[in-house]
Design a protein around this ligand. Structure first.
Ligand SMILES: Nc1ncnc2c1ncn2[C@@H]1O[C@H](COP(=O)(O)OP(=O)(O)OP(=O)(O)O)[C@@H](O)[C@H]1O
Ligand SMILES: [Mg+2]
Length: 318
């Protein structure tokens, strides 16, 4: 997946990645869930001189303390019950490359102290081992915005925080960089359509407009999921408004948009679509609800190019 950097903020992020990639500095990547922290970690590694060495990742929040330490540092045979063989940890397998510590805030206090020592001295011992092993890895720690809060609350050591945070890459929420939405949506559409065997799917103008106006609490990942669904439900080679989830194109959403107020015609078009969907395409009922004649409804549907409902119904029947 290509890192999309159309917006000014993401251009800055990309420049910063270039600058930091040429150094061995540890990097802290901060951003809400789904903002692209993993992708940025990958980009830092790929643009660095370490690119031919391994990029290894460990999730600090999902593993219990013992397991986390044995994964990270490795162990010698007999170090604990069940350690029937010696095993190298992630620090060793990442040697010469980069080690991604995902959800760094999840590291326990005692593991934090051990981690700090490796970062400061670049040596460690396997669990149950006496021999010191020296390593050369660049650490890329990932965290959501609460890490500073954890430091303030003393749940996360500040000395470790400063060691990890030599450079900070802060990823803004997607709603703060709407300029990235068209390219992101396009990239995801291409990705998912080529996987499904057909190529070159495009996104219609009104669908794109709705995509640009949504807030994305789940950030880029949410946009990706929306496009994946849309590609599956699209008929032919275009993603239209009707292929987007209902919450994205409702009249209520348009009215509540913080970024732009819709025209009456836009609202009318969206609301007619909603009513048609509510009645599952029944024109007589829809005209009744809207308080207009059937003839008038047909006219408006033509004017607003509302016609995709049939394909949607066909999809539902599949
Ligand atoms: N700038 C971008 N350009 C292209 N794809 C992106 C971009 N940012 C994020 N993505 C895509 O969005 C999805 C979510 O990104 P990623 O997994 O890196 O998020 P994250 O910040 O690590 O989230 P979490 O905190 O939940 O782990 C991925 O599929 C990723 O490829
Ligand atoms: Mg992630």
């Amino acid at each position: 997946m290509q890192l999309v950097t159309n917006s000014a903020v993401m251009k800055n992020v990309s420049d910063l990645i270039d600058r930091v990639a040429g150094t061995d500095a540890n990097v802290l990547v901060i951003g809400e869930s789904g903002t692209g922290k993993d992708l940025v970690a990958q980009a830092i590694h790929d643009r660095s001189h370490r690119r031919d060495r391994p990029l290894t990742k460990i999730d600090c929040a999902s593993l219990p303390e013992d397991l986390f330490e044995s994964e990270l540092f490795g162990y010698e045979k007999g170090a604990f019950t069940g350690a029937s063989e010696s095993k190298p940890g992630r620090f060793e397998t990442a040697n010469g490359g980069s080690l991604v510590l995902d959800e760094i805030a999840g590291v326990s206090q005692s593991s934090q102290a051990k981690l700090l020592r490796v970062i400061e001295e670049r040596i460690f011992e396997r669990l149950g081992g006496k021999q010191s092993i020296s390593i050369d890895v660049r650490i890329i720690a990932l965290a959501n915005v609460d890490l500073k809060e954890a430091v303030r609350a003393r749940a996360f050591r500040d000395d470790l925080y400063y060691r990890l945070n030599v450079v900070t890459v802060a990823l803004p929420r997607l709603v703060e960089r709407t300029e990235d939405i068209p390219s992101l949506a396009d990239q995801f559409a291409k990705h998912f359509s080529s996987r499904g065997g057909h190529n070159g799917i495009r996104i219609s103008g009104d669908a794109l407009k709705s995509l640009e106006e949504y807030e994305y609490p789940g950030n880029v990942r949410e946009l990706r999921n929306i496009i994946e669904q849309a590609v599956m439900s699209a008929y032919g080679d275009t993603i239209g408004l009707s292929n987007l989830p209902e919450y994205l194109r409702s009249a209520a959403r348009l009215i509540q948009s913080k970024q732009r107020k819709p025209s009456l015609a836009e609202l009318e078009a969206v609301y007619i679509r909603e009513v048609l969907e509510f009645t599952r395409g029944n024109k007589t009922r829809s005209a009744e609800i809207l308080g207009i004649s059937r003839k008038n409804l047909y006219e408006k549907m033509r004017r607003y190019e509302i016609g995709q409902l049939r394909s949607r119904k066909a999809d539902e029947q599949l």
